[in-house]
Write a protein that binds this ligand. Structure first.
Ligand SMILES: NC(=O)c1ccc[n+]([C@@H]2O[C@H](COP(=O)([O-])OP(=O)(O)OC[C@H]3O[C@@H](n4cnc5c(N)ncnc54)[C@H](O)[C@@H]3O)[C@@H](O)[C@H]2O)c1
Length: 285
């Protein structure tokens, strides 16, 4: 196990962003995904972002190469054995995450920290599939990772102080601001954000206003940097739906029921920016 090595599981929009900021902070990073195509897309996304930053004069061109060289695409969870910190950023489904954590538990050293970037799923339940629940924690980055400062740090019931301190120190090294919360559905960020997005979808579904009007009202009236429907497209409508389902199930309160229109869009494959179409249409995937 090396204290300069991090492994990121999932190379989608969050995983690739997390891998990038870790490499930028000087860590060696393995980026793993079940899909080879996603790994390649993730690596391309990182390279495009770094080159853009260099072109804007925000970093020297030679840094781009150094950062890129610290990233290793991985097709085996065995690489986790080298890492002091594993950050899981796979799809927001408990069955998938449990399977990953069970396998990581077998492949990692006793002191390695197993963190999840889950938006809403209970950390304590994830930790329960491992033999070292004291090492399991939530490390919730915001989208887009290279830009957003916050990392919500979620303690499960058994999370040790040592695990918590490792994650806080690493988040600070990534130049992020860690904020501690406890393990309740949606934590703080998505318990507040996601019902607002869901309500915006209901307003659209009920025909109260056009999508552009809903977004403009929230931008100009509430000073939000982007409207809730555009934000849902950025997050991914599948992720929004999974989070609402977690809130609904976790609190047993119908005020969290996902809007049927959100469900319909997800079943149609309209997942937002990442698939080119959600509430809005986008040029590239
Ligand atoms: N999108 C956001 O705004 C946002 C913000 C914070 C946290 N999150 C959380 O981050 C996680 C990832 O979200 P995303 O937006 O990057 O999704 P995404 O759809 O862009 O990427 C998910 C990736 O997980 C991979 N994957 C699926 N099963 C896997 C497995 N068994 N092992 C390894 N990889 C697997 C997929 O191939 C895909 O590349 C989710 O838990 C989500 O809730 C998302």
């Amino acid at each position: 196990m090396r204290d300069d090595t991090i492994m990121v599981i999932g190379a989608g929009q969050m995983g690739s962003g997390i891998a990038q900021v870790c490499a930028q902070a000087g860590y060696s990073v393995y980026m793993y995904d079940v899909s080879e195509d996603q790994i390649q897309k993730g690596m391309n996304r990182i390279s495009d972002r770094l080159v853009k930053q260099a072109e804007k004069g925000k970093m020297p061109h030679h840094d781009v190469k150094d950062i890129y060289l610290r990233l290793s695409p991985s097709d085996s969870l065995n690489d986790a054995g080298e890492a002091f910190l594993i950050i899981e950023a796979a799809v927001e489904r408990m069955d998938v995450k449990k399977d990953i954590f069970k396998r990581l538990d077998e492949k990692t050293k006793d002191k390695a920290v197993l963190a999840s970037n889950t938006s809403s799923l209970p950390i304590t339940e994830l930790a329960s599939v491992t033999k070292k629940p004291q090492n399991v924690i939530g490390m919730h980055f915001m989208n887009p990772v290279p830009v957003m400062q916050l990392v919500e740090v979620i303690r499960g019931l058994e999370t040790s102080d040592q695990t918590f301190d490792t994650v806080v120190a690493t988040a600070e090294k990534l130049k992020k601001v860690p904020v501690e919360v406890h393990d309740f559905p949606g934590f703080i960020s998505n318990r507040i954000l996601m019902p607002m997005i869901n309500e915006a979808v209901f307003a659209l579904y009920e025909g109260v206003a056009e999508k552009e009007s809903i977004d403009t009202i929230m931008k100009l009236g509430m000073n939000h940097p982007m409207g809730p429907l555009a934000l849902a497209d950025l997050i991914g409508l599948d992720t929004c739906l999974y989070i609402m389902e977690t809130l609904h199930k976790g609190f047993g309160d119908d005020k969290y029921r996902p809007c049927p229109l959100l469900r319909q869009y997800v079943s149609a494959g309209r997942l937002g920016k990442k698939t080119g179409k959600g509430f809005y249409t986008y040029d590239s995937k």
